[in-house]
Design a protein around this ligand. Structure first.
Ligand code: UDP
Length: 450
């Protein structure tokens, strides 16, 4: 296929229109009635205007998951919702990844760090300009445009200038090290200051960020009917999981306790830290194995580097090597991929999310919805999802390796307690983090800004 011309539209993710009624048996008619009221108000105020979402990519990570599982319900209830993704160059992707590590206040290796983000300004602006031109070829001037995360912030001034209502939605959490993050937030500020408003996952998430304009809170949510979360038949889930593990790591005896972290191969997820905590602080007597699950890394140089470092971390512990598995799940068939992740989460004895910073951390709610006990860092949006000791366990701090080992050991030793945390976690997610809550929040914001 020839490369797109400069004014070809940006690639669009085609969204089905899914009625909210599909969720009724899970969340009840009363909750849905409230969402429908909010959507009706938003529809009236939008008066036919389209709502565009712009993100970095259609498949990888939490933003893609969130948009893919929420937006169809807005379409299903008559809000004209569209989603396009920007196609950055390799250089743009390398720069925005380095910027992301900085925004999160997380250290990167020398060659992938940007101590002075100004060095990437030209590349960033070139891609932003081209993407804005392509977007403005199809977006009506009165539309509402929601731009997601740092990769799309450069489009804000162009869209505002064109007459759109522009919101920037930030899925990045409070930085681990504010000083390290400072230059990256300074870099973005120039673009952010042109937005009409901001959306963040939790109160305080944007303290490092933008200027003094309204910040609306929109708590992310998971869709219980999506392939990632729907109920699987036990036999199907077990065989799916075993097939994957067999291919990647050799088979495990049936009944092996599995301790799992599902995440992109990314430094912010501190996968080497999980390996260290598990091998140094979880008693091998439990017979548990550690699964570190992520998307296939080939073709993504940044992910490949992190994966290589995870392999090194595992090789440094040769006597523990056999109980640590790095599992890459193919991404070429998104539904199959999501079902496989679903199966792995359901088959896990304990689920970990040891992020160093996190806007929300969908994997926490995904696991809790499946009744799994979760142990996680007390950072960003994870804090909303886990009430420590009731619906999961929070570490004392993001680098608490011995605490992670102790928490995992406690849950392996006490299945009754683990089950109780899982059941409470599922209830907590049902109350606050299912799709209808996300649609309700977005409908209110749209009403407000329209
Ligand atoms: N995910 C996935 N496959 C993987 C790793 C992660 O589908 O191999 C999904 C995961 O289930 C979740 C999302 O990617 O839905 C990650 O979202 P989260 O908010 O946890 O983190 P982010 O990637 O946005 O930093």
């Amino acid at each position: 296929m020839p490369p797109p011309g400069p004014t070809a539209p940006l690639p669009e993710v085609l969204l089905p229109a899914t009625p909210l009624s599909r969720l009724e048996h899970l969340v009840g008619a009363r909750r849905l009635a409230q969402v429908r009221d909010a959507l009706r108000a938003a529809r009236t105020r939008l008066a036919g205007r389209e709502v565009w979402h712009v993100s970095d990519n259609p498949t990888r990570g939490g933003v893609a998951e969130l948009l893919r599982t929420t937006l169809p319900h807005l379409r299903g209830e008559g809000i004209d919702t569209r989603w396009v993704t920007i196609e950055g160059s390799r250089e743009f992707r390398a720069f925005t990844k380095a910027l992301y590590y900085r925004l999160c206040g997380v250290a990167a290796r020398d060659h992938e760090d940007v101590p002075d983000p100004e060095s990437g300004r030209d590349v960033y602006e070139q891609v932003s300009r081209a993407a804005a031109r392509r977007l403005l070829g199809v977006v009506r001037r009165s539309s509402v445009v929601v731009l997601h995360d740092h990769q799309t912030a450069g489009l804000i001034p162009y869209l505002r200038e064109a007459g759109c209502v522009v919101l920037w939605q930030c899925h990045i959490g409070t930085p681990l090290d504010a000083e390290r993050a400072g230059p990256a937030w300074d870099f973005l500020r120039r673009y952010l200051s042109a937005a009409h408003g901001f959306i963040a996952s939790y109160d305080g998430a944007l303290s490092a960020g933008p200027p003094d304009v309204p910040i609306r809170i929109l708590t992310p949510s998971i869709n219980p009917l999506a392939p990632k979360n729907l109920l699987l038949r036990p036999a199907a889930e077990a065989s799916r999981l075993m097939a994957r593990i067999d291919r990647d790591t050799g088979s495990l005896p049936v009944g092996t306790p599995l301790v799992t972290q599902v995440s992109r191969w990314d430094r912010v997820k501190d996968i080497p830290g999980v390996i260290e905590a598990f091998t140094d602080h979880v008693d091998p007597g439990f017979g548990a194995h550690l699964l570190l699950v992520g998307p296939r890394a080939a073709g993504d140089p940044q992910a490949e580097r992190v994966l290589a470092e995870c392999r090194e971390a595992r090789e440094r512990r040769p006597n523990q090597r056999d109980r640590v598995h790095l599992v890459q799940i193919p991404t070429d068939q998104p539904t199959e991929h999501a079902l496989t992740i679903n199966a792995i989460q359901r088959c896990s004895t304990v689920v970990i999310q040891k992020s160093l910073a996190e806007g929300f951390g969908l994997t926490v709610s995904e696991a809790a919805w499946k009744g799994r006990p979760v142990v996680a860092s007390p950072v960003g949006g994870i804090r909303q999802q886990i009430e420590h000791g009731r619906s999961g366990l929070l570490l004392a701090h993001a680098r608490d390796l011995s605490g992670l080992g102790a928490a995992v050991g406690r849950l392996l030793a006490d299945p009754t307690y683990a089950r109780e945390l899982g059941e409470n976690g599922r209830r907590h997610v049902r109350g606050r983090f299912l799709t209808d809550s996300g649609v309700l929040g977005l409908a209110r914001i749209l009403s407000d800004v329209a």
